[in-house]
Design a protein around this ligand. Structure first.
Ligand SMILES: [Zn+2]
Length: 95
């Protein structure tokens, strides 16, 4: 059967089973190796206020926050993009 993607959209290889994570946006359960995880710096202070406070010399701590999304949500947020058919066949790292 022809394959749409070399890796079937996952990084599983010949592993038998991988655990499942919940999408942080919609709550869908996705396999760990398929989920798109991004780490971003998060500040509890509002960005406009933080900028002003930093101008005055205050130090605002930012925390790294990792979020995992399902494919639908990752495309919706622009983290990954829909690729052309030929591009999909290439052996490149997805994320
Ligand atoms: Zn989702």
């Amino acid at each position: 059967m022809p394959k749409k993607r070399e890796s079937r959209g996952r990084r599983k290889g010949d592993k038998g089973h991988v655990s499942v994570v919940s999408c942080d946006n919609c709550g869908k359960r996705v396999p760990e190796d398929k989920a798109v995880c991004v780490t971003r710096m998060y500040s509890p202070v509002d960005s406009a206020l933080a900028q002003e406070l930093e101008k005055k010399g205050a130090i605002i701590t930012r925390y790294p926050m990792t979020k995992c999304y399902c494919i639908n949500c990752a495309i919706h947020f622009g983290i990954i993009k829909v690729r052309a058919e030929q591009e999909r066949k290439e052996k490149t790292v997805l994320r």
